[in-house]
Write a new protein. Structure first.
Length: 528
């Protein structure tokens, strides 16, 4: 311990020396400040330029633009149709009615209108957290109009022409969302939507009403109900409701129940499980009106590197107790526009279906993909119909990047339909054995971007061959060819201008009167 006093004395000397250096630095700085204090005179502000600044009080409503969003998509559509001077399949030809019946067929000039002009616009707007961080709004609209008069029977006629003034304005959604009612408790993570909305569950429900969703730990619950809204009908049954319930189980598993009640009840039970980071299994059962109708199961392989994807699925149609189109067809329609009975496509006969698809990144510049679909009717002889038959469907595609910002996509598709021979059919209206027997598609697209994506050019080619049969003829290798091209230009971060063009000829057996059709689309997309 003899060296401790010496060490303490040395430390005191070091502290004294550091204090003298700091005092010297302070004295030098003060001296320079006194020396330069009067060198630059202070400028006096002109009284005429001095404006009194009043404090601005900003309210929550005044911050509207920072919470508002808007996006629009508007396009002008021009259709040009070229004719072959032949009659249609029903015997209608281009001519004016005379005083006596024409042996050539039915003269009707309006069915050969060569062109039409349309306007289409979609708008979506709303707010995020305005007035309250828990309140959002969303409104979307669709507007369509014919700019030129379209005659009845014209090949360019659309659903817009069946209504007055040849225009349609439709509100697709309009709701207020209140989310996160509380920071803790059972209301945490809950949201309530009130207004026009689409709710996904056992079926897609279009409602004017409300939906409530809550997430609490391992449990998720959605309840919805209201009035069904439509655009083209006046159903007698309007009340609609349902719900979804999901429970997260140990071992990366989820069981979910979905229900929809509209005229008849639709129920779906789903089970999902992730075996490891790469494999996912899913199976579900659908029941309509107390009868099992669909069962499916699928396995997906999704490695973390994202270079490979494999999906296998199995689907079994259990019965014909559900709907050919969707659950809304069973509602009674009171609309004066829909006086004709619905098209009857026959029952949904039971069948089995298997699918396998895969995609692999071979190199950073080459990706390959393929898929195989196989469907088999349970009883092909009894259940086959014009819109339901056994088939095999093959698809192969390749995506390559030969040069920087240059993309080439090629695909081949073929479907073989197992239809019974139409020979020996005795009933005149029996079309169960009529339809396509083979379809082959060849398509290719080339895409090139410039200026970091500001300008994008794209072009493609489409070629199809089809084999058909009915009671009177067999047609092989009937073909159709089409080309397409597009230009997209980003004018600024909010605005994009695009131009699409397509040209294709028509099937002679379907529309012998039409030789080719051209469609030009000029559009503008803008967002705020």
């Amino acid at each position: 311990m003899a060296w401790l006093p010496a060490t303490a004395a040395a430390q005191d000397r070091a502290d004294d020396e550091e204090g003298r250096q700091q005092d010297t630095a302070t004295d030098i700085g003060s001296a320079w400040d006194e020396l330069l204090s009067d060198v630059v005179p202070k400028a006096v502000a002109d009284p005429a330029l001095v404006v009194e600044q009043r404090p601005v009080s900003k309210t929550a409503a005044g911050d509207f633009l920072n919470h508002f969003f808007f996006q629009s998509h508007t396009e002008y559509i021009r259709q040009e149709v070229g004719f072959t001077d032949r009659s249609t399949v029903t015997g209608v030809f281009d001519g004016q009615p005379g005083e006596i019946a024409d042996l050539l067929g039915i003269p009707f000039h309006d069915a050969f209108q060569p062109n039409s002009d349309h306007l289409y616009s979609f708008m979506n707007m709303g707010t995020r957290g305005w007035l309250s961080p828990h309140v959002n709004t969303n409104f979307s609209f669709r507007y369509r109009q014919d700019l030129t008069h379209v005659e009845a029977g014209s090949p360019t006629q659309s659903v817009v022409n069946t209504f007055g003034a040849n225009r349609r304005l439709e509100m697709l959604s309009g709701f207020v969302e209140i989310k996160d009612f509380a920071s803790r408790g059972t209301a945490r993570g809950s949201s309530l939507q009130i207004g026009r909305q689409f709710v996904h569950g056992a079926e897609i429900a279009a409602i004017d009403g409300s939906s409530f969703t809550t997430h609490n730990g391992r449990v998720s619950l959605t309840l919805f109900g209201g009035r069904r809204f439509t655009y083209y009908s006046d159903p007698e049954q309007r009340a609609i409701g349902g719900g979804n319930f999901a429970l997260r189980l140990p071992g990366n598993s989820i069981v979910e129940y979905q229900a929809l009640f509209y005229v008849r009840g639709s129920h779906r039970v789903i089970f999902r499980k992730r075996f490891d980071p790469n494999w996912v299994f899913k199976t579900d059962l659908k029941v309509v009106g107390g009868s099992p109708v669909d069962y499916s199961a699928q396995v997906m392989y999704l490695p973390p590197d994202g270079k490979s994807t494999v999906r296998l699925s199995f689907f079994q149609k259990l019965s014909d107790k559900d709907f050919f189109y969707d659950y809304t067809v069973i509602a009674r329609d009171r609309s004066r526009f829909n006086r004709l009975p619905r098209l009857n496509l026959g029952p949904l006969s039971p069948f089995s279906q298997f699918m396998i698809s895969g995609r692999r990144e071979i190199t950073p510049r080459l990706r390959l993909g393929s898929s195989l679909w196989i469907r088999r009717l349970n009883d092909a002889a009894e259940d086959q119909a014009a819109f339901l038959a056994s088939f095999e469907d093959y698809r192969f595609n390749a995506q390559t990047f030969p040069l920087r910002r240059l993309e080439l996509f090629l695909e081949f598709h073929q479907r073989n339909t197992d239809r019974l021979s139409p020979l020996g059919v005795t009933e005149f209206d029996d079309v169960g054995r009529a339809g396509e027997t083979r379809i082959q598609d060849f398509s290719g697209e080339l895409r090139r971007s410039f200026g970091e994506g500001r300008l994008v050019l794209q072009g493609g080619l489409f070629y199809r061959r089809i084999n058909l049969q009915n009671r009177f003829f067999f047609i092989e290798n009937e073909r159709v060819v089409g080309i397409l091209g597009s230009v997209s230009l980003k004018l600024d971060p909010r605005t994009r201008l695009y131009l699409d063009y397509s040209l294709d000829d028509d099937y002679f057996i379907f529309r012998p009167s039409i030789q080719r059709a051209q469609v030009l689309r000029l559009g503008l997309s803008w967002r705020y």
